[in-house]
Structures are given as structure tokens and as C-alpha cells.
Design a protein. Structure first.
Length: 305
């Protein structure tokens, strides 16, 4: 809070992380420092601080253009503090807490700020695949419907997670838990040289043949870990632990998350798990470059706009 007490200090930090080699025009990608000029702020002429102009395309820009912060009326120092609070929290931070602590005008603005930060932390490309021993499992997130019992899933959202043992996690909302759906996710995210570990569900039988090995544990027989013939440990305890921590985080902080926005909350949980060895400051600095090239809007722009 002391470090980013003013918007000027936050802007300087923001520009340093987005442009380590100097300003770059987001319109024409011009990075020649002698062709980019800083515009002197002038309140009378309504020229805001942090404005640059490119001599190549004659367009003006700021460091927030092309990021999740674009066209936001929330001061940049509050953006950075909110980013740090969400990355430093061991579980999650509610929008109401951010609204209260950062003195944001409305709950709607605070919620949209949180959703845009979660969208920034989301890995969209997934260029590399999971390797080594990979545990795959699925769960249902949602409350218990009165009179239907805990096994009722009509009001819940299915989530599948794939976790490298000792490594990264990737979790996805699954519209319907079928062998075809799980097979498609495993094909995309898990390398064929990996050793797959699942429970006894028959949905993984076809997928398991594609990998170096496929070991299962029988939860119905209270089997949770065993050694296979090669001596490798067969278990899904890592995936179960991730699901347990995620559910407690969502239930304890947000109480309810709709299926529409659940992928954003899972993106935050995945990022924190994948950077669990980092310090809070390093985790925040590592996540800041992810804001570039992403835009999340409350409403789609009209065709005229």
C-alpha cells in the first residue's frame, strides 16, 4: 500500500514490467525509442498522465492499451494492489473485501475487476503438455439440493483436473462427463509418454491405452494407493487434495459460483497451485505480463462501435 500509494508510482512500475526495453506502440508495434514521444500532461487540455504518441502511425497510447486494464476508471495503483492481494491470498479474495479495502465505488466494479484479473491469469494456449506421472480425476462443484442427497448432481458443475505429480495442474469445466469428453482433454493436455493414474472409472479405459502406462486405484474397495508391477506408486491423492483445497476455497470465500464463471475461478486456483513455490511478490510479478492481449468486457461492443 505504501509502495503504490499514488497512481504515478503504479504507472512507473506497470510500464517497467510491460516495456522492459522501453515503450512500444500497441497499434503498429513500433519500438524505436526515437520515434515514440511522451506527451506532457495538461489538465486544462485534458491530456492525462502516462500518454505516449507514436511518430510512425501517429496514434496515442498508454501502458494499459491492449490489457485487462484498458478503459478502466479504477486508478492503476488500485489495480496493482488488487492483483497482489489476489495472488498473495492462500485461498481467494472476495470482491466485497476488495471493494471495502480499496474503497472502490461499487460492488459491480470490484467484481468485474476480480474477473478480469482471473481472466489474465488464465492460460489459454497450453502449448506444452503434461509429462511424467499424471493424475486425472473429476469432481462436481456445487451445494447439496434439499431432499435430493449428496449424490445428486443436477445442480452441480463437473470439473476435470490433470496434475503432474510434483508439477503443474490444469482443470477444466466439463459440460458432461463422458468417455469422449475426458479422452479429448487427455489428448490435448497429456503427452503420450506420460504414466496415467486414475480411479476405477470405466470412462478412462479407452484413453489409458494411448499412454505409456495406465494404473488405477479402486476407491470403492477403499484402495487409495498401491505399487504396480514396476514399483511405481499408483494413486490419485494429489488430484483429490487439489479438489479438496479448491472446494474449501470456493465455499469459504464465495459460497456460490455459477457454472458460467467457474472457469475464471479455476484459472486463479490453477495459477496459484502452479506457482506455489514462489513468494507472493514473485507470483504477482510473474502474473503481470499475462494481462497483455486480453480483454474482458461486461457487454459486447455494438456493431457500430
Amino acid at each position: 500500500m505504501k509502495r503504490f500509494s499514488t497512481e504515478e508510482s503504479a504507472r512507473e512500475y506497470f510500464e517497467k514490467h510491460r516495456w522492459p526495453d522501453g515503450p512500444e506502440c500497441p497499434h503498429c508495434s513500433n519500438s524505436a525509442q526515437d520515434r515514440i514521444y511522451r506527451v506532457t500532461p495538461n489538465q486544462e487540455k485534458k491530456i492525462r498522465a502516462g500518454l505516449y504518441k507514436c511518430a510512425e502511425c501517429r496514434q496515442s497510447f498508454t501502458a494499459t492499451i491492449g490489457t485487462i486494464c484498458e478503459d478502466s476508471h479504477i486508478p492503476l495503483n488500485k489495480w496493482l494492489i488488487a492483483f497482489y492481494m489476489m495472488c498473495a491470498s492462500k485461498t481467494q479474495v472476495s470482491a466485497l473485501q476488495l471493494q471495502r479495502q480499496l474503497e472502490i465505488g461499487s460492488y459491480r466494479s470490484a467484481l468485474h475487476l476480480c474477473q478480469r484479473i482471473r481472466f489474465a491469469l488464465m492460460d489459454i494456449d497450453h502449448a506444452d503438455q503434461l509429462t511424467g506421472t499424471v493424475e486425472a480425476d473429476e469432481t462436481y462443484i456445487g451445494g447439496v439440493k434439499r431432499g435430493m442427497g449428496r449424490r445428486y448432481t443436477g445442480n452441480k458443475t463437473a470439473v476435470m483436473a490433470m496434475i503432474e505429480r510434483g508439477g503443474r495442474v490444469r482443470s477444466h469445466v466439463v459440460p458432461k462427463v463422458t468417455g469422449e469428453t475426458l479422452d479429448r482433454l487427455l489428448d490435448k493436455h497429456v503427452a503420450k509418454s506420460a504414466h496415467l493414474n486414475t480411479d476405477e472409472s470405466p470412462l478412462y479405459k479407452r484413453s489409458g491405452r494411448k499412454f505409456a502406462s495406465h494404473d488405477t486405484v479402486n476407491h470403492s474397495e477403499e484402495e487409495y494407493a498401491r505399487r504396480d508391477v514396476s514399483g511405481r506408486l499408483a494413486t490419485t491423492n494429489t488430484a483429490e487434495g487439489f479438489f479438496g483445497n479448491s472446494k474449501r476455497s470456493l465455499d469459504g470465500t464465495h459460497h456460490h459460483v455459477s457454472a458460467k464463471y467457474l472457469p475464471l475461478y479455476l484459472a486463479e486456483l490453477d495459477y496459484k497451485y502452479n506457482t506455489r513455490e514462489m513468494t507472493d511478490g514473485a507470483r504477482t510479478a510473474n502474473g503481470l505480463p499475462k494481462i497483455v492481449g486480453k480483454r474482458l468486457m461486461l457487454r459486447r461492443p455494438s456493431s457500430r462501435a
